[in-house]
Design a protein around this ligand. Structure first.
Ligand code: C2O
Ligand code: CU
Length: 489
């Protein structure tokens, strides 16, 4: 065949049979970039607003690739994931979570400052066909939070099936700023993860660190049309172990405006932001200078990351392999369309005034070491695997504590503390990035690194109900890289 005939034949093949992601990968010539020629519209989760939030978790299914549908979990009938809950700081909310699965689950309100018994950790089990009804005051700052299952030894599997959702908290400080906030139009929820498939198109739910196909809001090869103005993304890393080194395909600058626990003092201008599992950032990106019809990609610039960065491994298969490992890959294809009325076209110079804890504020200190992990053994804290009835740390109510996490270990992790928001006060690897200088509940700890964080453990004491601290890699947490602390009078 001539070249022209070959080209035509392949065009006919694509038109006839479509172009699945698998096809794309085999025909992509570049070794460092995975791109796609076909896209699917980014799914925008529906929202629930008000003071009463009814969630029902059930089995579902979704057409995610060519062939059979994939068995999934979703809240409120979603094919994967769940609705975005929109709450106001200061409101007293009633949560009604019904479990329509045939297995137990829990629902954790990640990042929330609430009583331990309302927290939805491993102890607040929701048995099949029952409804859990916690209620609490929203004390957190405006920002992006999330909910997800937290049943010990089941978190990885239930998350992998798709159980989870975003929470947006609003407050008067954030509302007074000229920021994009039209959900789905210029304020875009973006949940980043990846999945691996078995040959029958079911998700692989036996232990593995990385998916093979990038997914945004439960959509592979996702694209969205966005208006020619400043657009806000609320980004969650909902992976198993993979970190994201996010940026745009033309290396344009963008602005980080929040960390896990709310607004930074001022926008931080970057070209890349690293996001470990469980972390959130809200960013602003300027599309006002792009032509209508132009396109760009948000990408994970994950090629050539440091040793221990989740997804830096060279292998493409096996427990620590992935088709996305050590590669730059697309997370979202963006097409620019006309601006909306009342478009935001500038970045506020100032966002809020936070009063952060300093190292010298600490009234107590403690050190937690990441141990284990040798020769295939599970990771542990201080050589203790998670014990359901073990209290690992006792914190006095109203103590300001410095927790120092030591990772003299072979891999990076994502460390999360329930109950509070903290300030990162030191990293042994060097300076703390400006983009992680705000209130945090989760942080990346590199291999060989020691990180200290300071928080006040206020408001909620209980001598019986513990809070969790753990690695947010759900497979590590399930395997025992989790501990419990009590806050007592
Ligand atoms: Cu996102 Cu212990 O949780
Ligand atoms: Cu870990």
């Amino acid at each position: 065949m001539t070249k022209v005939a070959l080209f035509l034949a392949s065009l006919i093949f694509i038109v006839t049979y479509g172009c699945s992601k698998t096809d794309d990968i085999t025909v992509t010539p570049s070794t460092t970039t995975t791109t796609s020629s076909t896209y699917n519209e980014l799914w925008i989760p529906p929202t629930i607003t008000g003071k009463t939030f009814d969630l029902t978790l059930a089995k579902s299914s979704k057409q995610l690739r060519t062939g059979a549908k994939t068995a999934t979990y979703g809240y409120n009938g979603a094919e994967f994931w769940g609705p975005t809950l929109i709450m106001n700081k200061g409101d007293f909310v009633q949560m009604n979570v019904t479990n329509n699965l045939s297995e137990t689950t829990t629902t954790h309100w990640h990042g929330f400052h609430i009583p331990a018994i309302m927290d939805g950790g491993p102890h607040q089990m929701i048995e099949p066909n029952t409804t859990w009804k916690p209620s609490f005051e929203i004390k957190n700052n405006a920002g992006t939070y999330w909910y997800h299952p937290h049943l010990h030894e089941k978190t990885f599997q239930q998350l992998t099936y798709g159980a989870g959702g975003l929470i947006i908290i609003k407050d008067p400080v954030e509302s007074a700023l000229a920021l994009p906030r039209t959900y789905g139009t210029d304020d875009i929820p973006l949940v980043l993860t990846s999945r691996r498939y078995n040959s029958d198109n079911s998700f692989t739910v036996t232990e593995h660190a990385y998916g093979d196909y990038a997914m945004a809001n439960g959509t592979h090869d996702a694209q969205i049309s966005l208006p020619k103005q400043f657009v806000r993304f609320r980004i969650l890393n909902a992976e198993t172990e993979r970190g994201y080194n996010l940026g745009f395909s033309d290396n344009r600058n963008f602005y980080v405006i929040t960390n896990d626990g709310g607004l930074l003092d001022a926008p931080v201008e970057v070209t890349r932001v690293k996001l470990a599992v469980g972390e959130r950032v809200e960013i602003l990106v300027d599309l006002s200078k792009d032509a209508v019809g132009a396109s760009l990609d948000m990408k994970a610039y994950n090629a050539n990351q440091e040793f221990g960065f989740g997804g830096s491994e060279p292998q493409t298969t096996g427990q620590f392999g992935s088709l996305l490992n050590n590669k730059d890959f697309n997370v979202l294809h963006i097409k620019v369309k006309a601006a909306t009325a009342n478009a935001i076209t500038t970045v506020p110079a100032k966002l809020t005034t936070n009063t952060y804890w300093k190292e010298s504020d600490a009234t107590n200190t403690r050190t937690i070491k990441i141990t284990g992990g040798q020769a295939g053994s599970a990771f542990t804290f201080d050589n203790n695997t998670y014990g359901f009835t073990t209290i690992n740390q006792n914190v006095k109510l109203n103590a300001v504590e410095k927790w120092t996490i030591v990772n003299n270990n072979i891999f990076g992790h994502s460390f999360h503390i329930h109950d509070i928001q903290f300030k990162i006060v030191s990293r042994s690897s060097g300076p703390i990035a400006n983009y992680e200088s705000g209130w945090k509940d989760t942080f990346y700890i590199r291999t060989g690194e020691t990180v200290s964080v300071v928080a006040k453990y206020d408001d909620f004491a209980s001598s019986t109900n513990p809070f969790m601290y753990h690695c947010h890699f759900p497979n590590h947490e399930d395997a025992g890289l989790m501990g419990q602390f009590l806050v007592t009078q």
